[in-house]
Write a new protein. Structure first.
Length: 80
């Protein structure tokens, strides 16, 4: 039987990052666009309303600290 609603687990690792400095939905688009063009990042979903980004990445190609640096160079902060 074919299940159209079956969710598959994404490949790689997933990190949920709390952010600050997002002022509008364009900020979310900027972060996602930059991350998704970065080698090793499989997907990025940033929510302006939640002030967080969920990043799926391949740890063999990029480290979490490199993802932090990519976000910070855009002018946003990672909140611990």
């Amino acid at each position: 039987m074919f299940n159209l609603f079956k969710k598959t687990k994404p490949a790689g690792e997933t990190a949920t990052l709390k952010l600050s400095g997002l002022h509008c939905s364009s900020c979310s688009i900027n972060i996602d666009g930059e991350l998704e063009e970065t080698t090793g990042v499989l997907s990025s979903h940033t929510s302006y309303a939640k002030q967080e980004s969920v990043v799926n990445y391949d740890p063999a190609k990029i480290s979490l600290s490199e993802i932090y640096k990519t976000i910070e160079k855009l002018g946003y902060k990672i909140v611990s």
